[in-house]
Design a protein around this ligand. Sequence first.
Ligand SMILES: NC(=O)c1ccc[n+]([C@@H]2O[C@H](COP(=O)([O-])OP(=O)(O)OC[C@H]3O[C@@H](n4cnc5c(N)ncnc54)[C@H](OP(=O)(O)O)[C@@H]3O)[C@@H](O)[C@H]2O)c1
Length: 337
Amino acid sequence: MRNFTSQGKNSLKALVTGGTGFIGSHLTEALIEEGVHVRCLRRKTSDLKWLKGLPIEFVHGDCNDKTSLEKAVRGVDWVFHLAGVTKAIKEETYFEVNGLGTENLIHACLDCNPRLQKFIYISSQAAAGPGRNGSNKKESDPCEPVSLYGRSKRAGEEWVLTHAHELPALILRPSVVYGPRDKDFFALFKCLSRRIKPCPVGADRHLSLCYVQDIVRGILLAAETQTKSGEVFFLSDGKDYRMEEIGDIVARAMGITAFRIRVPRQMIWGIACFSDVLSKFSRRPSLLNRDKAEEMIQKDWVCDITKAKTLLGFEPGVPLLEGAKLTFEWCKKEKWL
Ligand SMILES: NC(=O)c1ccc[n+]([C@@H]2O[C@H](COP(=O)([O-])OP(=O)(O)OC[C@H]3O[C@@H](n4cnc5c(N)ncnc54)[C@H](OP(=O)(O)O)[C@@H]3O)[C@@H](O)[C@H]2O)c1
């Protein structure tokens, strides 16, 4: 059931945190297309390149500054909380932003927006942890995050669940998301463009993936559909990809053949440790750090999206071959490749 039937979408106002980032910028575009008035939280240092020319109301603020959040949440109908740290130099940064930052935003909503219709927290599959015994992870399974990132996203979820009785809130757990503007999965495109197909730690590892437009569709459905507060939903394209298969499909989308290079566990750890040291000097978080390595060596990262399909009507429409083609075309157009 849609919950904006009495109030056309044109009169809705939404706050997007993390709107300057990869998923947040796509969500912002989609909301504007739907006629929603969008307010974006931005920091002084935020790069606004993906949002240029869009009719957005910007509010300066930071998830670690509760006062700035009070202004941001006033008068909006929906809050989409995507601001987060996916890689960091210091361990505490994950918890400061993903955990405490979420708590600050929830308190700002409780104190300053009693009429809020929906608070949507974009968590991560990492908060639930990998699947065990070869079965796909369900929302009802216990959370066993293996990384600092995962534990900090779970901390954010716990804040949401603690306040779900007084704040209409939902938690979405996307799998790995890829598409235009993403810099993480892009590393695979980059390797393949050099004819290298990295195959980390054995071929029998499985992963869920999702094209960014499908994730955006899932987020919008979560906002529009009436559900119990505190519900949790996994989002992915619904497929189970073998690690090695992913490289093959992306290579096919790029129209190239690449040489398979096996990357043993020890090498992943070696690169991760070296990157951690480098990022301390350069003060820039690296793509593969020890925290990410901890996630990479897990066998099963496949989630079950039956609940999102049943309760939200979520139907992913972009399989990896098509999503990789769209991403590749975008990367060429933007001269990333
Ligand atoms: N990408 C994925 O595969 C994936 C998968 C599952 C879940 N997620 C979750 O989805 C969300 C968005 O991910 P993404 O890939 O789009 O990340 P991203 O491109 O790195 O964007 C992160 C966003 O968070 C903002 N941010 C970081 N720290 C902040 C703070 N202290 N206060 C306010 N804003 C802050 C950034 O703002 P600035 O522009 O100022 O840096 C940026 O807009 C994250 O919460 C992530 O955990 C992502």
